[in-house]
Design a protein around this ligand. Structure first.
Ligand SMILES: Nc1ncnc2c1ncn2[C@@H]1O[C@H](COP(=O)(O)OP(=O)(O)OP(=O)(O)O)[C@@H](O)[C@H]1O
Ligand SMILES: [Mg+2]
Length: 154
């Protein structure tokens, strides 16, 4: 386990952090994105999905629960569980088919799925400080943390 702290002064910084995560991740990774409304979770996910090669829009999955991107090198699934009434709903939608070990999975509001949602490899907690954001990134895999830092400074 290795925890890193990063400051994001703007949307662009938040997207750059998402992009560096995408470039340093192993396929099949599971990322939990916690933080209050408008913390920048979707903004980070947008940087991630674009860096994985998606050229189009990256919409918030607030109403659809999940947006899936079939990309070269493996799919990315982006969940937003804000509107989930009960974690068991995840079983009805076949959550295990998304967490298949091949696709990368990013989950906003992961606490809403506690008990059913598979455990993450990386837990990101975002706090808001005016227009800036503070991120704490807890990596289960120290090697990923090191690759991420190397990608950020490039
Ligand atoms: N430093 C920053 N990083 C990220 N977003 C920022 C920053 N400063 C301002 N913002 C703004 O905050 C909002 C973040 O929205 P975003 O949809 O990414 O948040 P979210 O955490 O996904 O919210 P929700 O819980 O509603 O899904 C955007 O309007 C963005 O422009
Ligand atoms: Mg969001």
């Amino acid at each position: 386990m290795r925890t890193l702290h990063r400051h994001a002064a703007s949307d662009a910084d938040m997207e750059a952090i998402g992009a560096a995560l995408a470039r340093s991740a192993r396929r099949g990774c599971r990322i939990a994105l916690a933080g209050p409304l408008a913390a920048g979770k979707t903004t980070l996910a947008r940087g991630y999905v674009r860096a994985r090669g998606h050229a189009g829009a990256v919409k918030s999955p607030t109403f659809t629960l999940v947006e899936s991107y079939p990309l070269d090198g493996g799919a990315v699934h982006h969940f937003d569980l804000y509107r989930l009434a009960d974690a068991e709903e995840l079983e009805f939608i076949g959550i295990d088919d998304y967490f298949d070990g091949q696709a990368d999975v990013l989950v906003e509001w992961p606490a809403r799925g506690a008990g059913v949602l598979p455990l993450p490899d990386l837990e990101i907690a975002i706090t808001v400080a005016g227009t800036a954001r503070e991120l704490s990134l807890a990596f289960g895999d120290e090697a990923w943390a090191e690759r991420f830092e190397a990608e950020l400074i490039q």
